[in-house]
Every structure is written in structure tokens, then in C-alpha cells.
Design a protein around this ligand. Structure first.
Ligand code: ASP
Ligand code: MG
Length: 422
């Protein structure tokens, strides 16, 4: 008998019929003798619907002053789906109870719409489990020290589930979703993309931060920090498939010292279209320049990704960096009006039609020549690399957006990702 956390995403909870299927699946696990804590998302589309209503009443409803009420509002989506699941489980003949975040409680800070979990009290949930109940805990929400309802940011139910699993020391956190696992890259771009049986949590972190929408990035950070074994699997298999088969399906997120790990050097290709490049040309090469530029950007709450400063010629240098595409116009404006005048630089130029493509793999730590293989592959395709950044387990290039799919396909093939690892 094990304590297991199941998380069901919005599509998996998308209708009463889907909720019935989830209840049957959960009941199967409970009847096999496991203790179950289930964390559901809101029914698909519900969070958007609720936030849309707020927008109708206040077009600027994403402004700071509305955030508390937005959380109060959005949290109802998960409260409804959780109660419906408990009802469906009871109708299946199981004893079940649902809790909102504040009832557990799941304590968070007070950063409305992007709160962070600080502590989870497991007393109540444990008592229910001991009494033989399946416990449903709302995803996405918590309560701050003043008793205000908070939410964890879009996609936050993944993080709720992992945090609950960590707090309860669950033996596994199963993330049921509408895809059957984590792939070497997006199958819509590369049809030959393969499902990974395992992926290390560090690789998953890179892939999640690069726009793979499978898991909320914070949930992966949590899993890494608390070493929560986590598996991504499909909720669209028939609910009555063999439980042993189900328990080993999907993708297991592993730790490096784990014997289950696959030994590929590059595990996946990630890509992100949501970036834009900004360059300051003819910047005087002297101390304080990076701070003057990026300090101003950071003060405006704009996140910077890849940064490059070139060697100087005649005391001048060029300085380039990337930002989120949504922040592009604001960044350009800020640099032109507030940074450039005091900097003595020649001009600011930008390009919003770029993308970032990365190869990710922990094997890169112990193998040389991986990055150069990437560069050769891109050169053979005639793709110009505009920027490069590397970390221990990733090499990223910034290229023209129009070559993104070509680059991803070529790299997927060059690193034999369509072949199962030896
Ligand atoms: N319902 C929330 C959202 O749509 C949280 C989640 O589904 O994980 O973002
Ligand atoms: Mg999700």
C-alpha cells in the first residue's frame, strides 16, 4: 500500500463524463489498496471564462488593484471541479471528501495571481486517509497569512500536486494529462518525435522553461528540490487498463543518480518563439555599462534571457540581449528614452522575429563536441546563428524565426532523437 498523489488537468476534468472516468480510475487505484490524494484543475476553459467575466466588468482587470478579487474568482473553478470529483467518487461507492486550499490549509505568500506555497499542513488530509477516504485537494490555490485566497499562476495545479506530494511524502506524484508523456520535441513540428520513458528533472526544467507546456515550471523546481518522484501520463487511456501497466506508462521524471535513467547525450530539442532581440550599438566600453542597461530593464520588471557583449573596437562595443516578445515594445521605448541618452551609445536596434532553439541533455556535461555538432548541423542547413548561450546541460541559439521548424527538424535528426536510445 502506498500514498499516491494524482493530478488531473483541465481537459481530463472537462465534462461530467470525463469526471466520471477520472473517478473510475481513482477508484481503481483506491481499491488496489493505495491511499489517494487527488488534485484537480478547473474544468477546461473555466479559468479563462471566469477571468473573461472580470474583463467584461473592468477592461483593465489585470491591474494590480484587482488581483485579490481575481484570485477569489479564479479559485472557484477548482473548488467546483474538486467537489464534482468527490461526488463522482461517492457515486462510485467510495468514501471521499474535497477541500479548498484554505481548508487544508495550503499556506502561500500574498502575491496574488502568482503566489508561492510556503507550507502545507497535512494533519487533516492524513486523518481522512487513515479513515479510508479519498481526499480531493483543489489545485492552483492557497491562503495567505491574513486568510486571503491566493492562486499560484496559470497552470499552477501541477505545482499544487507536487507540493502536496512533497508535504505528504507520497511515493509518487502522477500528473494525468491530455498527452501521453514528455516528447523529444513537439510532435506537431517533428512527427518523428518520440516519447521519453524517462527524463531527468534538470532536463525537464530546461524544457519547461523553453516553452514545453507539459508541466508548469515551478512544479518541476519543486519536484527537484524535494525529490518528489513524478510521472506524466495520459488520462485518455481506458480507465480500466491494468494498473501495473498504467503505473509504468508515460514519462518518469528521474534524478541523476537514479538507475532508471536513459543514457542519451541529448534528450530533447526545445524551442521558443516568444522572444525578441535588442542590440545597443556603439556603447562606450567602460565599467558600469551592463548595469546601466540591464539595471534599467530589471527595474521595469522585464526579464532578460540571452546576453551578449562583444569585444570592443576603438573603445566601443555592441551589447545585445533577448526579452520576452510581449515586453519588446516596452523595452525598446525604455532604452530609447531613458537609457540611450545617458549612455553615449549610437543607437538601439531590435528584431522581434527571432526564436530560440536549444538542445538539452545532461550527457552534455561529460561529452565534448556536442555544441559544435549543433552548429555544424545548422550551418549545413544554411541557418545563420545570431546569438549563442550555453549552460552545463543546454546549448541555445537565437535564429531567425522563419527557420525555426527547419532547425528543430534538422537537429532532431542529427542527434538521432527519432531512434530509441541504445
Ligand atoms: N485552472 C488553472 C489554469 O487554468 C490552473 C491549472 O489548470 O493548472 O491555469
Ligand atoms: Mg496544465
Amino acid at each position: 500500500m502506498a500514498l499516491i498523489v494524482h493530478k488531473y488537468g483541465g481537459t481530463s476534468m472537462g465534462s461530467t463524463e470525463r469526471i466520471r472516468q477520472v473517478a473510475k480510475r481513482v477508484a481503481k487505484w483506491a481499491r488496489a489498496g493505495h491511499q489517494l490524494v487527488v488534485v484537480p484543475s478547473a474544468m477546461s476553459g473555466e479559468t479563462n471564462r471566469l477571468l473573461g467575466l472580470a474583463k467584461e466588468l473592468a477592461p483593465a482587470s489585470s491591474d494590480d488593484s484587482y488581483r485579490r478579487e481575481l484570485d477569489m474568482l479564479a479559485a472557484t473553478g477548482e473548488q467546483a471541479s474538486s467537489a464534482l470529483l468527490a461526488i463522482a467518487l461517492q457515486a462510485e461507492g467510495l468514501s471521499s471528501v474535497s477541500y479548498a486550499g484554505w481548508q487544508v490549509p495550503i499556506r502561500t505568500d500574498s502575491a496574488y495571481t502568482k503566489a508561492r506555497i510556503e507550507a502545507i499542513d497535512d494533519t487533516r488530509v492524513r486523518a481522512d486517509l487513515a479513515a479510508g477516504r479519498v481526499v480531493i485537494v483543489t489545485g492552483f490555490q492557497g491562503v495567505d497569512a491574513q486568510g486571503n485566497i491566493t492562486t499560484l499562476g496559470r497552470g499552477g495545479s501541477d505545482t499544487s500536486a507536487v507540493a502536496v506530494a512533497a508535504a505528504m511524502k507520497a511515493s509518487e506524484c502522477l500528473i494525468y494529462t491530455d498527452v501521453d508523456g514528455v516528447y523529444t520535441t513537439d510532435p506537431r513540428v517533428v512527427p518523428e518525435a518520440r516519447r521519453l520513458r524517462t527524463v531527468s528533472f534538470e532536463e525537464m526544467l530546461e524544457m519547461a522553461s523553453m516553452g514545453s507546456k507539459v508541466l508548469q515550471i515551478r512544479s518541476v523546481e519543486f519536484a527537484g528540490k524535494y525529490r518528489v518522484p513524478m510521472r506524466v501520463l495520459s488520462s485518455f487511456t481506458p480507465w480500466d487498463i491494468d494498473i501495473v501497466e498504467e503505473a509504468s506508462s508515460g514519462t518518469l521524471i528521474t534524478f541523476e543518480d537514479d538507475e532508471h535513467m536513459e543514457q542519451a547525450i541529448v534528450s530533447g530539442i526545445a524551442f521558443n518563439r516568444d522572444e525578441a532581440k535588442i542590440s545597443l550599438l556603439g556603447v562606450p566600453d567602460k565599467p558600469g555599462i551592463a548595469y546601466q542597461i540591464l539595471g534599467a530593464v530589471a527595474d521595469a520588471n522585464i526579464e532578460v534571457d540571452v546576453i551578449i557583449q562583444n569585444i570592443s573596437k576603438d573603445g566601443k562595443t555592441d551589447f545585445s540581449f533577448t526579452v520576452n516578445r510581449v515586453d519588446y515594445a516596452r523595452s525598446m521605448e525604455l532604452l530609447k528614452t531613458r537609457v540611450l541618452p545617458g549612455l553615449g551609445a549610437q543607437e538601439v536596434v531590435g528584431d522581434a522575429k527571432i526564436c530560440k532553439v536549444s538542445i538539452v541533455g545532461i550527457g552534455m556535461r561529460s561529452h565534448v563536441g556536442i555544441a559544435s555538432k549543433m552548429f555544424r548541423c545548422l550551418s549545413e542547413e544554411g541557418i545563420n546563428i545570431q546569438m549563442i548561450s550555453t549552460s552545463e546541460i543546454k546549448t541555445s541559439v537565437v535564429i531567425d524565426e522563419k527557420y525555426m521548424e527547419l532547425a528543430v527538424r534538422a537537429l532532431h535528426k542529427a542527434f538521432d532523437l527519432d531512434q530509441p536510445p541504445a
